[in-house]
Design a protein around this ligand. Structure first.
Ligand code: COA
Ligand code: AMP
Length: 624
């Protein structure tokens, strides 16, 4: 552990010089003199007087430095049956024209732009075009339905929306445009224009005035140059779920983000310029932002944009095919993807027919890598399997095996050791540090390293309350875990009502709001119940209003449709149980933990705070 320890100690003991050194690895327009400071809200900010442009780092810098003909992005879509690639020069040409096109629509520095697009190269161009202009993008995952989109439109108030006509799922076309139109009917805020990229698989009907055809617009556009921005200017807003229904717009700055991601590509992922990286996520999630788009490009790698599933497109060999075809050095996917492959191909037969000799490491994140999946990957692939823990809020890993510094032995169930820059501690509910082996709140001592969010969009007070108030001078991660005696961190799950469904972070509070809006339901609770494929799935429990007559099956169908309509199919909400009572505390809080334990068939202790123990018996009888 010596090399890792040295690096880690420097990062927490000599914070500013550590990050000053790392900041020199990116091409600033104006090198920062201020390394760490505080903003008007008292939040730590990195490189405050530095100036740069993230699109310049991702594209122009490489073109100007002899990498023009290197593949920047490979688009591999078994769903669209399209396999194509863009060199750095080609990608720059696309992005500078798109930037010119949206600039002509009035988009400039500090404006917000909402992007609602599937996994196609134009989604990446859109993000980079915004970055080029100093505009702030907010990508909304294509699996979210109209209502969720509307909430995000109202919160970001985008000058324009960039969207595609459709997305592709196995055996179906997801029409995006009708969803966008519905969202704009619901939202208070109306953007000036929607620019629609027409995909051949599903053309959209454009409405006069507001909608513009992407291809026409870009055809007539003039390329435009990068606009210098301050390191602390926002690059993007990405919404994520919290305990309550209202999603949080996590802000990412330009400077800290670029420095952290550049560092991570070498230190965590052991990637060099020219290496090929496959992050099998979606541009709508933080993994997609950081490791499909920004980090590999800033580092001069080739990134793969894979529009397909781990299974069924067409089979469980999809990842292995891609790895062989493009000589992928490292893959990054959610454990659920490997569980899906393992379920259908337990002996990894389809991996054997591909040459995987280029693959050096398998990285997983998004949820805890369950030990059975770890053992399976380990046995079948015989290369390091690295579980690493992070969040939308941090933008990069808080704990990892720093394979580019020193590959440490892996331990099943652990996301390894704290990443340099993250001073991780385990605290009890009162903020007292817990001894080795004891599980508690995982907190990070301030300052957070570069790359981490400085706040919630238009919600500083909320940011402070949610993350910085419970423990003074610490960031509260919302996860629980413990350290073992060798300093390995075990992240065991959330302490709040956030659940993780197939690597997607969802709020049970939001689902509860929707379930509770059904006219037959008086009260309800939604909890995440363990699922062997998706990790967790939301399951609902509802008490009917007096005098309502509806069959449990009809109610289930109606509520399932409601959740699909309001959030989207990705919520994977399939089961609603009608019960006569819900166990509660004396202060009226629903005992969700006990409900979850009962639903999972686990043993449980009746909490001392329960209002009426008989309510638990009634609940169990009705549920079983
Ligand atoms: N747009 C629209 N709909 C989408 C979507 C998208 N981008 N992604 C998923 N959906 C829909 C699916 O079509 C499906 O709808 P259905 O209920 O009508 O069939 C539903 O959401 C659930 O999809 P999915 O989670 O893909 O479930 P699945 O059972 O078909 O596949 C897995 C299971 C494990 C293969 C899949 O969940 C998977 O690949 N997970 C990895 C996700 C991931 O990378 N997460 C990490 C983010 S960091
Ligand atoms: P998201 O913000 O969508 O990336 O989700 C972040 C949450 O996912 C974390 O707070 C954890 O609860 C969970 N998570 C992500 N990666 C891991 C991991 N490697 N181990 C355990 N939990 C994880």
């Amino acid at each position: 552990m010596r090399l890792y320890q040295e690096e880690y100690q420097q990062s927490v003991e000599d914070v500013e010089s550590f990050w000053q050194r790392k900041s020199k690895d990116i091409d600033w327009f104006k090198q920062p003199e201020s390394i760490l400071s505080r903003d008007d809200n008292g939040i730590h900010r990195w490189f405050a007087d530095g100036e740069l442009n993230t699109c310049h780092l991702a594209l122009d810098f490489h073109v100007a430095n002899g990498r023009a003909d290197v593949a920047a992005l490979i688009y591999d879509s078994p769903l669209a049956e399209t396999f194509t690639q863009f060199t750095y020069a080609e990608m720059l040409a696309e992005v500078e024209k798109l930037a010119g096109a949206i600039k002509a629509l009035g988009v400039g520095k500090g404006d917000t732009v909402l992007i609602y697009m599937p996994m196609i190269p134009q989604a990446v161009f859109a993000m980079l075009a915004c970055a080029r202009l100093g505009a702030i993008h907010s990508v909304v995952f294509g699996g979210f339905a109209a209502n969720e989109l509307a909430v995000r439109i109202d919160d970001t108030e985008p000058k324009i929306i960039l969207a595609a006509s459709c997305g592709l799922e196995p055996n179906k076309v997801i029409e995006y445009k009708p969803m966008l139109d519905d969202a704009l009917r619901i939202s208070q805020f109306q953007p000036k224009h929607c620019v629609i990229f027409q995909r051949a698989q599903g053309l959209a009907l454009l409405s006069a005035k507001r909608d513009l055809d992407w291809q026409d617009l870009v055809f007539n556009a003039k390329p435009t140059a990068c606009v210098p921005v301050k390191a602390t200017d926002p690059l993007y807003i990405l919404y994520t779920s919290g305990t309550t229904g209202a999603p949080k717009g996590i802000i990412r700055d330009n400077g800290g983000h670029a420095v952290a991601l550049k560092y991570s590509m070498q230190a965590i992922y052991n990637m060099q310029a020219g290496d090929v990286f496959l992050a099998a996520s979606d541009v709508g999630w933080v993994v997609g932002h950081s490791y499909i788009v920004y980090a590999p490009l800033i580092h001069g790698c080739t990134t793969i944009l894979y529009e397909g599933k781990p299974v069924g497109t067409p089979n469980t060999g999809a990842f292995w095919r891609v790895i062989e075809a493009y000589k992928v050095k490292a893959i990054f996917a959610a454990p659920t993807a490997f569980r899906a492959i393992r379920k259908q191909d337990p002996n990894a037969e389809l991996a054997k027919v591909h040459d995987l000799s280029s693959l050096q490491t398998i990285f997983v994140a998004g949820e805890r890598l369950d030990p059975p999946t770890y053992y399976w990957l380990n046995e079948k692939f015989k290369i390091p399997i690295v579980d690493h823990w992070w969040q939308t809020e941090t933008g990069w890993a808080i704990a990892a095996n720093m394979t580019g510094i020193e590959l440490l032995p892996t331990k099943p169930g652990s996301s390894c050791v704290p990443t340099p820059g993250f001073n991780v501690e385990i605290l009890d509910d009162k903020g007292k540090q817990l001894p080795i082996g004891e599980q508690g709140n995982i907190a990070i001592k301030l300052p957070l390293p570069p790359g981490c969010t400085p706040g919630i969009w238009r919600g500083f007070k909320r940011f402070k309350e949610l993350y910085l108030t419970q423990f003074k001078n610490y960031y509260l991660s919302g996860d629980a875990g413990y350290f073992d005696d060798e300093g390995y961190l075990f992240v065991m799950g959330r302490v709040d009502d956030v659940i993780n469904v197939a690597g997607h972070r969802l709020s049970t509070g939001r689902i509860e709001e929707i379930v509770g809006s059904h006219s037959a339901i008086a009260e309800c609770a939604v909890v995440g119940v363990e699922d062997s494929l998706k990790g967790q799935v939301p399951t609902g429990f509802a008490i009917l209003k007096d005098g309502v007559s509806i069959s449990a099956a009809d109610l289930n169908n109606e509520v399932v449709s409601l959740v699909r309509k309001e959030i989207g199919a990705i919520a994977c909400f399939k089961h609603l149980h009608v019960v006569s009572r819900l166990p509660k505390t004396r202060s009226g809080k629903i005992l969700r933990k006990v409900i979850r334990q009962v639903a999972q068939g686990e043993s449980y202790a009746v909490p001392s705070t329960i209002d009426d123990p008989a309510s638990l018996d009634d609940f169990i009888i009705m549920f079983l």
